[in-house]
Ligand binder design. Structure first.
Ligand code: AGP
Length: 612
């Protein structure tokens, strides 16, 4: 996924673009660049590396331009390099483009253009894209917007693009399909970006572009048409994003801020939805399909990464409380394996960004076969939130750190509320158990607050294991998906190989890995499989494994066995993942920091994978 930003108005564009790119850097950070129109001269500045490298390149320069475009890249076609950085420009250097997405038929287009004599400076699909537009514009003698519109009817793939031209220096053309784009409305000025974070400090009025829409933007006018040139009505939304929510707020990293935000983000997720004292649980976002959900014969959950782990926890909760069979699928597998989907089947799509390409594709497939789609999404106005039949926003606030933390616990909160709503309506749990679970859920923010108090102890343990080459994470029942999540957190930000496993599965092979150099993290809180996991700890200890155990506060047995223990407050086992994951988030964070890794922007990753 890449970050795109554009500006046209009365203010100097360059500072706005640079600041916007810094706010979007979590979306991709292997190279960055800007293009400015200095009168009719196209100035393109771009550099491999982070936005700070681009900033160094321009330290001694000032630009008067009040129109420009900027891009921060997560490479798809062509390695990270100066030449492959965006913006790209046409062969006659009159057009410049920034692009988030993939043009799948770029190869055929490149061959066709090469045969016409065009040459290419980079390895990217984007340069082919702008050259294709250049060729159409010249051959058919069209305006920029008409050339772009014709080109969009011929390219295959996903795009969020902004284009400008030296021949029409008071105009930006923007278009999207399958990649997000937001337009901020100012006074005789417009801001364009992949999401609202670069826009929020200038205006709270935004338009979320729809797929296959083209925006023609001048300082005084915004026109939106579709690829058939049919004018489109644009709905203006008020942003509820606050500037401080996209800043670090005194924390060293966004990830640490977001870990410590969880008591509030979980509370925000329940606000207006859960009132345990009154026994009230209202989820407006699923009202229209509540019957379908309650009477579902099967629920399929599709997601990727951490969101998939949330889906696994949901499987345990839905089957345990609602007695509805659940299948949890990697979206990337589901979309290609010709799954059995029947009219009326229920599909729940879980996604923090709401832009994950595989999850989007899985939804489209299920929708085409008549399934009812629920979204559990954090980013308001995101693509997934716009194509689902119903759903619930997490209200966790923007999650900037690439490693998902507060979105995960918010997803679990929403899924627990949906399960409780269904179980209560179906009568698969007693009224007293329902009320008890509502109280337990309402108390989770305070329990997470308590779990966060183990931060110093976790930091101390982290220093002992920061140089480990491998880790194992083991859990049972509701804590098995937590083991997977803890392993993913560690590997994606510290680059240490880590595996999550059901604890009982160790004896079927992986126990061969155990020796004095293998740290094993057990999520061993008091629940229905406690005695079994105690045995598993003994099996590891008897083979000299080093054991770090997450235990329920007051546990006196496991601290005698494990090398290190971290206590978390007791809660109902169905809600324990919300609490037991906290020390694992902190463990991965501290180890990564001690290893000098880039915690918020780990190598090779991006915050949302909007390509296949
Ligand atoms: C989690 O820490 C990772 N950043 C990644 O696995 C992420 O959960 C996955 O890409 C899914 O993203 P989404 O929730 O935005 O769809």
């Amino acid at each position: 996924m890449c970050g795109i930003v554009g500006y046209i108005g009365g203010k100097p564009a360059f500072p706005i673009l640079l600041k916007g790119l810094k706010r979007l850097e979590y979306r991709g950070y292997d190279s960055a660049g800007v293009a400015l129109l200095e009168s009719t001269n196209l100035e393109v500045l771009k550099k491999k590396g982070k936005v700070s490298e681009l900033e160094k390149l321009t330290e001694t320069k000032t630009y008067s331009s009040t129109i420009g475009i900027g891009h921060t890249r997560w490479a798809t076609h062509g390695e990270p390099s100066d030449k492959n950085a965006h913006p790209h420009y046409s062969s006659d250097q009159k057009l410049a483009i920034i692009h988030n997405g993939i043009i799948e038929n770029y190869g055929a287009l490149k061959t066709e253009l090469s045969e016409k004599g065009y040459e290419f400076r980079s390895d990217t699909d984007t340069e082919v894209f702008i050259t294709f537009i250049e060729d159409i514009k010249k051959t058919l003698d069209l305006t920029l917007e008409d050339a772009v519109r014709i080109a969009l009817t011929k390219v295959v793939g996903a795009y969020a693009i902004v284009i400008m031209s030296t021949e029409e220096p008071d105009k930006l053309i923007a278009a999207r399909k399958g990649s997000p784009m937001v337009i901020g409305l100012g006074k005789n000025e417009y801001y364009i970006a992949s999401d609202a974070s670069p826009i929020v400090e200038y205006t709270n009025e935004v338009i979320y572009m729809e797929d296959e829409q083209i925006a023609i933007i001048t300082r005084n006018d915004l026109t939106i048409v579709d690829t058939k040139d049919v004018p489109q009505k644009a709905e203006i939304h008020k942003l509820d994003l606050k500037l401080e929510s996209i800043e670090k707020g005194g924390y060293e990293h966004f990830m640490l801020k977001e870990i410590f935000e969880q008591p509030r983000s979980i509370a925000d997720c329940m606000r207006g939805r859960l009132n345990a004292t009154e026994g009230l649980l209202t989820l407006g976002g699923i009202r229209n399909y509540s019957e379908a959900l309650t009477n579902a014969e099967k629920i399929v959950i599709v997601a990727c990464g951490t969101s998939w782990h949330a889906g696994l926890v949901a499987e345990y909760i839905f089957e345990d409380l609602c007695r509805i069979p659940v299948e949890v699928e990697y979206a990337s597998e589901f979309r290609y394996r010709n799954p059995v989907i029947r009219e009326g089947d229920i599909l729940i799509a879980i996604s923090q960004s709401g832009e994950t390409a595989d999850t989007l594709a899985a939804i489209e497939l299920a929708k085409s076969k008549g399934a009812i789609i629920f979204g559990v999404v954090n980013t308001v106005g995101s693509s997934i939130s716009r194509i689902t039949h119903e759903g619930a926003y997490l209200h966790a606030g923007p999650e900037i750190g690439v490693a998902s933390t507060k979105a995960f616990t918010a997803q679990l909160t929403i899924l627990a509320m949906i399960a409780l709503r269904i179980a209560s309506k179906k009568g698969t749990i007693s009224e007293s158990k329902y009320r008890e679970l509502l109280v337990d859920l309402e108390n989770i923010p305070a329990k997470v607050e308590t779990a966060l108090k183990s931060d110093d102890k976790v930091k101390e343990i982290s220093s002992l294991f920061k140089d480990a080459r491998n880790f194992l994470y083991l859990g049972r029942g509701y804590n098995f998906p937590v083991a997977l999540e803890g392993a993913l957190k560690l590997k994606e930000i510290s680059y240490i190989h880590a595996e999550g496993y059901p604890a009982a599965e160790m004896k079927h092979g992986p126990i061969a890995l155990i020796d004095e150099n293998m740290p094993v993290v057990f999520i061993a809180t008091r629940d229905s499989s406690y005695d079994k996991i105690v045995s598993n700890i003994q099996e590891v200890k008897s083979r000299k494994g080093k054991v770090i155990a997450i235990v329920t506060e007051g546990d006196v047995l496991i601290p005698k066995m494990a090398d290190h223990t971290i206590e978390v407050p007791a809660t109902h086992e169905a809600l324990m993942p919300l609490v037991s994951v906290i020390p694992l988030q902190l463990l991965s964070y501290h180890i990564a920091v001690m290893r000098g890794a880039n915690v918020d922007q780990p190598r090779n990753l991006a915050k949302s994978v909007t390509v296949e």
